[in-house]
Design a protein around this ligand. Structure first.
Ligand code: HEC
Length: 281
């Protein structure tokens, strides 16, 4: 049943993104002595500043991007390398079940978006960049964009409507781990009916909000020790998510505009389910 749930979830997770064609690999946990790439229980942790200090990042180049969502959709040249070059080094030494793997991006402000590993190998290539080619000599970023340091993830083709393609800046770490591991205590492993709500929550909310301490730290934890549904009404949770400034001036949460009422109802259903599963490690 557990396996079925993961497959169901993975299907949902992938459906909006791309089709997957990945091969099963062996899943052995190995201790590998590469600084910056730790392998503990089937996960790869890539600490970008540590690898940079050791001169172990792939060689950088100037890369041209047709549009960038953080720079008014203008053309940009950044200095960086393809993310797959970095993953290649990790995978040469460590095998992971690629069909079940998730890439998690950890930023210094607590933003923690995820994307399926397979997305990194699609037509739209991700790049890890460390500088804006337009920055003055001696600086890496143009004024106002200093917070983009130390790293920024940019995709070769900008697809405005597709939220699978995340653009995290202040990027510190990249982790590759299994879905089970990535979402452990937040995953509805004993109830397939909650998988859709979880999947919607994980794609739309979890980059900022944690459940049982799993997820982003930019917004408040929504389950532990009190679940949000225990002190906010269903209607207010949904109304707030759709339009935070209607509740609070200067709210740091962006309005969620691309989910319909049915999707929000599924999210609330999942939140109520998880309120009965409070566990943190
Ligand atoms: C980009 C980050 C981000 C995303 C994505 C996000 N939130 Fe938030 N959310 C926040 C932050 C930050 C707050 C803190 C309150 C504020 O600044 O108004 C918050 C507050 C909330 C609150 C009010 C709880 C409180 O005590 O402040 C609710 C409810 C909420 N979010 C629900 C959601 C739901 C549901 C989703 C997904 C559909 C979601 N959020 C997606 C960042 C985010």
């Amino acid at each position: 049943m557990r396996t079925l749930n993961f497959l169901l979830f993975f299907g949902l997770f992938m459906s909006g993104c791309m089709s997957i064609d990945s091969k099963q690999q062996t899943n052995e946990t190995k201790e590998i002595a590469i600084a910056g790439i730790d392998t503990i229980n089937h996960q790869i942790i890539i600490d970008l500043p540590v690898l940079a200090a050791q001169g172990k990042l792939p060689p950088e180049d100037t890369i041209h991007f047709k549009r960038d969502p953080h720079f008014n959709n203008l053309e940009k040249d950044f200095i960086g390398f393809p993310l797959t070059d970095l993953l290649k080094t990790a995978f040469e030494r460590f095998h992971i079940d690629t069909a079940q793997a998730i890439v998690l991006f950890e930023c210094s402000d607590g933003y923690t978006p995820t994307a399926p590993l397979a997305l990194m190998y699609g037509k739209n290539k991700p790049y890890v960049v460390s500088a804006d080619a337009a920055a003055a000599t001696g600086g890496k970023w143009v004024p106002g964009f200093e917070k983009f340091a130390p790293y920024y993830l940019v995709w070769g083709d900008y697809l405005p409507a597709d939220h699978c393609y995340v653009y995290p800046y202040s990027l510190l770490k990249i982790k590759v781990l299994s879905i089970q591991k990535a979402f452990k205590n937040a995953y509805p492993s004993d109830n397939p009916d909650m998988v859709r709500g979880f999947s919607l929550f994980s794609q739309n909310c979890m980059k900022c909000h944690a459940i049982n301490a799993v997820g982003g730290g930019m917004g408040p934890e929504l389950n532990y020790p009190k679940n949000i549904t225990e002190y906010w009404s269903d209607a207010n949770i949904i109304a707030f998510a759709k339009n935070p400034p209607a509740f609070r001036i200067n709210s740091k949460m962006p309005s969620v505009t691309d989910l319909n009422d049915e999707a929000f109802a599924e999210i609330v259903k999942y939140l109520k389910y998880i309120s009965k599963h409070k566990v943190i490690e």
